[in-house]
Write a protein that binds this ligand. Structure first.
Ligand code: FEO
Ligand code: CA
Ligand code: CA
Ligand code: CA
Length: 659
């Protein structure tokens, strides 16, 4: 519920506020106007119901128009969603809304340089790590387009993450061709190391066609062996020191780069997610030698599927116990300086980072929201000590090195069962008495999860991407699913949550640095096309037979405030997931909460990562792990092995995407 203790600013505020307390009637319009707005709101709320079958029933859901309220102004007129929805799709291609074109681009193995990259994709059987180093990497994920000044919509640097390589039963599925190969030969591991990380790709549009600018000085591969610096409060700490790096400040590589972020000063943020999967041991692998911290972060007790610990002892936790502490960070990259050293910003905490989304606080400090993608893990925000100054790179470039990290607690609020409530940000600092067991801020940051456990933060249904509304600063987070949930709260209201939900909040005073907030659920994903024992599994009222989906993951606003929702879920199209088809991308109107399916990817893929040219007329999204179960030949077709790729989306009339 919104607080009753303040006056409405305008009629839209009356509309969204549940109160009718005469003391709260605004001064800038009459009591009658206020009353009518409240009545209108009550009528509108009939649209926000939980369905018990395929028709709406009686359970009130979601406050209406949270976004509009936070603007302080009436919402912009005109529909945000101008396209016709596409049906669910199960074929091995791309399905896009009528009037739009979707074109594969820069698939894994695309040369970035004219020499040394191989004349063709080196995936089929090749173990050539050197060639891979000069090509686009594997399993595309987070992505951002940085325009080149003066050529903003036609030329820029496309930076993307390469999260991992698909494996099956401990063998790489595609990295060395169709025949499953043991993971642990040096050539194979070193190719994998070079297939992961990030690509920085200079691209240019000529006569309507985007192409890589081969041999551009901007082109760069950042891999799981690229030297980078640990910076911020934990840099140099004893727990970050290794035999190869007694300074505790220089790390080789970044791994499991999932979602991304970017900063207003023009840098890219890559987020280390499932890095734990790369740490195991060859030393008495039947003996679990992990510390409590290593268990909490999920390192393998014995062998890993990727086999890196066999070839490089730094990935063996029994041989190099601190190496894993040097992963799980957010890494800042200057996309326009290929000689720059990426920086692991320890002030933002060490978790399984999904992505990062920034907002600027009322006083100019930088806020970065992040989620920890694990069942029953947490949502965080970092608030910098320094203030952002537009155009002042010297001021801005190390803002992410000092500040305060907080973890979120979502309270049910005045009522339970209404899928809304209040929240608070709990500080992860040495001044917090609940963290007296930690010797220093560095200790807290290195074991962020353990510190957050000690504070009693709210255990969420796998936090995935965070995004901030470009006008209202409201924050939206995908909670993808949690099959193991046994106890519920208003924010995570379903046991055995198989469909996921999107939660959103508005910081107190609309200030990103605030320590309290109000939240509600934007959507409960579900499937209303089948019989559901639990009515909540039909989804909220903005889910219907035409847009049903599961496992929201990628998430981002465009400049107009359209919310783009991408899925990485069950694509079986049967049983609980009947009629949902392949993984997909939908667009939502944050005011009306309408959701429409815009795009569907090929078989067994996930759709992830999104970015636009500044004019919002070219959209780049990524299709990751097509055919992970062996049933796709996208994008090359025929009998080719599948490979991850970017997809360029344009509107055939040259218009803004989504209109
Ligand atoms: Fe890499 Fe949580 O997705
Ligand atoms: Ca509640
Ligand atoms: Ca993801
Ligand atoms: Ca996936």
């Amino acid at each position: 519920m919104l607080a009753n203790s303040r006056r409405c600013i305008n009629l839209m505020e009356c509309f969204v506020n549940p109160h009718i307390d005469p003391d709260d009637i605004p001064t800038n319009h009459s009591a009658n106007e206020h009353f009518q707005a409240v009545v209108n709101r009550a009528v509108s709320r009939r649209g926000f119901l939980i369905k018990t079958g395929t028709s709406a029933a009686t359970v009130a859901f979601l406050s209406s128009g949270l976004s509009a309220c936070a603007t302080g102004d009436a919402p912009a007129q005109g529909p945000l969603l101008g396209f016709s929805a596409v049906a669910s799709y199960t074929e091995d291609g791309l399905s896009i809304a009528p009037g739009y074109t979707a074109t594969p681009f820069v698939p894994w193995g695309t040369p970035l340089f004219s020499s040394g990259a191989g004349s063709t994709w080196s995936g089929n059987g090749s173990e050539d790590a050197a060639a891979q180093l000069r090509q686009v990497g594997d399993n595309h994920d987070g992505i951002h387009f940085f325009p080149i000044d003066g050529k903003a919509n036609d030329e820029g640097v496309l930076v993307m993450n390469h999260e991992y390589s698909t494996t099956n039963g401990g063998n790489y599925t595609f990295l060395f061709g169709a025949t499953p190969a043991p993971a642990n030969t040096p050539d194979r591991v070193n190719k994998a190391i070079n297939a992961w990380g990030c690509s920085v790709i200079h691209i240019k549009r000529t006569a309507g066609q985007w192409a890589v600018v081969l041999d551009s000085t901007y082109n760069r591969r950042i891999t799981s062996a690229t030297p980078m610096l640990l910076t911020g409060p934990a840099a140099g700490h004893a727990k970050l020191q290794t035999s190869a790096d007694p300074t505790g400040t220089v790390v080789l590589g970044t791994i499991n780069n999932c979602g991304n972020g970017y900063t207003p000063w023009g840098t890219y943020l890559t987020c280390e997610e499932n890095w734990n999967n790369n740490f195991g041991t060859t030393v008495d692998p039947s003996v679990d030698g992990r510390t409590d911290s290593q268990k909490r972060y999920g390192l393998s007790a014995g062998a890993t599927g990727y086999g890196w610990e066999v070839v490089h002892s730094r990935f063996d936790y029994k041989k190099e116990p601190n190496e894993s502490n040097r992963f799980g960070w957010i890494v800042e990259i200057d996309p326009f300086d290929p000689t720059s050293t990426p920086k692991k910003r320890t002030a933002l905490g060490r978790i399984k980072h999904e992505n990062a989304a920034y907002a600027i606080a009322a006083d100019g400090r930088v806020v970065v929201y992040t989620g920890d993608d694990q069942v029953n893990d947490y949502i965080y925000k970092f608030v910098s000590n320094g203030k952002y100054i537009a155009g002042n790179l010297l001021n801005n470039r190390n803002l992410l090195d000092s500040g305060t990290l907080y973890v979120a607690k979502f309270n049910d609020g005045a009522a339970t069962g209404d899928f809304m409530g209040t929240g608070e940000w709990l500080p992860l600092t040495t001044r917090n008495p609940a963290l007296s067991g930690f010797a220093s801020l560095a200790d807290i940051l290195i074991d962020t999860r353990l510190a957050a456990d000690a504070l009693g933060a709210t255990k969420m249904d796998r936090p995935e991407w965070v995004t901030v509304h470009p006008q209202t600063n409201e924050v939206y987070v995908t909670l993808t699913n949690n099959s193991g949930r046994t106890t519920t709260d208003d924010a995570n209201p379903r046991t055995a949550n198989r469909y996921g939900q999107i939660i959103r909040w508005r910081e107190a005073g609309k200030d990103a640095a605030a320590l309290t907030f109000e939240w509600d659920l934007f959507v409960l994903a579900g499937n209303p096309t089948i019989a559901q024992a639990n009515a909540l599994n039909n989804g909220s009222a903005n889910v219907n037979a035409n847009n049903t989906f599961n496992s929201p993951d990628g998430l981002g606003f465009d400049a107009s405030g359209r919310l783009w929702i991408q899925t990485d879920g069950n694509y079986s199209n049967v049983g609980n997931f009947a009629n949902q088809g392949n993984n997909q991308m939908l667009a939502a109107d944050p005011i009306t909460k309408e959701i429409r399916r815009f795009f569907v990817g090929p078989k067994e893929c996930e759709v992830t990562g999104l970015t636009f040219t500044p004019d919002q007329k070219t959209m780049f999204v990524n299709v990751q792990h097509p055919g992970e179960g062996g049933n796709s030949h996208w994008p090359d077709g025929g009998t080719a092995l599948p490979r991850s790729a970017t997809v360029i989306i344009t509107k055939n009339d040259g218009g803004v995407i989504g209109t």
